[in-house]
Design a protein around this ligand. Structure first.
Ligand SMILES: NC(=O)c1ccc[n+]([C@@H]2O[C@H](COP(=O)([O-])OP(=O)(O)OC[C@H]3O[C@@H](n4cnc5c(N)ncnc54)[C@H](OP(=O)(O)O)[C@@H]3O)[C@@H](O)[C@H]2O)c1
Length: 330
């Protein structure tokens, strides 16, 4: 029995090409658990792996898809049995290992978590790696003292995947949310998710001129990095924290250490890929509890495997709004 997969191949000139193909189970990599994939999604890293690879893909042909949700078909590991609903994010699946853009995936049992109670496989992928990471960022800010009522919390790259889920989560938890976007046409969408203030990207795009500006933000979830993150550091309130999640605007950090020294600002690194199992379970439980499902629904753009080459290019250009949910069986 064959099934559909998005396969990326590399030609002799080093150019990659992605297309939907029929593949069979014996082509899947060796691992303990075979999953019938139901949904996957499109994250920034997927854009890289569908396209030229960005140094993430080790071998071609390659099946991308850094996350998926589905049903266990076969397992040689006692933790999972046929019929179990599961979710996978991280562990370099979809980069170093074949991923979720296929009717089936074969992965290590250590990489899976049971589908959180209260979520469907479709909702789990509407959250996906982006939303899971937004939850980790919220938890990190809370662990460093952020409480509702402390003041506005800034979310950069707000109309993107991480940003959209971060806005909805923070608003639901009672925070005042300021959303930074370069797309003014997303204002109604962001306000619908719970943002009470829209900050045009251009306001924060300039590099640091003064190391400290007025104390404005009680917290920040930053998906952009670069000059914007550097700028935001100088606008944080005394002892407030920034969760650094992404680099959509660049990997450099042209900042000074002054906000750390004079305001006790914390810069918290967020990694979703190698999170220990217990933290994953805790984050998914929080998502099921704290993320309003009607807001999640408003973020969804449905897609099929055939749409992925286009969507991969769009996410690299910052053109995807919210969360793409890929029905791999469609
Ligand atoms: N640390 C982790 O484990 C982890 C996990 C998931 C994702 N990430 C990273 O987080 C970032 C966001 O991921 P995502 O899946 O949410 O991607 P996404 O949906 O494309 O969102 C990124 C958003 O950033 C903004 N943006 C894009 N280019 C920009 C630029 N040049 N300058 C300023 N803002 C820009 C856009 O928002 P607006 O249109 O609203 O301005 C865009 O929608 C990526 O860098 C990704 O690699 C990290």
């Amino acid at each position: 029995m064959t099934f559909k997969a998005l396969v990326v191949e590399k030609d002799e000139s080093g150019k990659t090409h992605a297309a939907v193909q029929e593949i069979s189970e014996d082509q899947l990599p060796e691992a303990e658990v075979t999953v019938a994939v139901e949904y996957s999604t499109v994250n920034y890293k997927d854009g890289l792996c569908i396209g030229p690879g960005g140094g993430l893909v080790r071998r071609y042909p390659h099946v991308p898809g850094i996350d998926f949700a589905g049903t266990v078909e076969a397992s040689s590991d006692p933790r999972y049995k046929q019929g179990d609903k599961v979710v996978l994010t991280g562990w370099r699946v979809g980069e170093a290992h074949w991923g979720g853009y296929a009717g089936k995936a074969r992965v290590r049992a250590d990489w899976l978590v049971p589908l959180p109670e209260g979520l469907s496989t479709r909702q789990a992928m509407a959250v996906g790696t982006a939303g899971f990471t937004a939850m980790l960022a919220v938890m990190a800010l809370e662990a460093h003292g952020l409480r509702p009522g402390d003041g506005p919390v800034l979310v950069t790259g707000a109309a993107g995947g991480v940003g959209s889920v971060a806005v909805a989560l923070l608003a639901k938890l009672g925070h005042e949310v300021a959303a930074v976007t370069g797309r003014p046409e997303t204002e109604a969408y962001l306000r619908g998710l719970g943002a009470s203030r829209i900050v045009p990207r251009a306001e924060l795009a300039e590099t640091v001129k003064r190391p400290l500006e007025s104390e404005t933000w009680a917290g920040c979830i930053d998906a952009v990095g670069g000059a914007m993150l550097a700028r935001v550091l100088g606008q944080m309130k005394y002892r407030a924290s920034v969760a650094a999640v992404g680099l959509a605007g660049g990997a450099a950090l042209p900042a000074t250490v002054v906000p750390f020294l004079l305001r006790g600002v914390n810069l918290l690194g967020i990694d979703s890929v190698l999170q220990p199992y217990a933290n994953r379970i805790a984050a998914w439980e929080r998502i099921a509890r704290d993320l309003p499902m009607e807001k999640l629904e408003a973020m969804i753009q449905p897609a099929t495997l055939e749409d992925l080459p286009r969507l991969g290019a769009e996410i690299l250009n910052g053109q995807v709004k919210g969360r793409v949910v890929v029905d791999v069986r469609a």
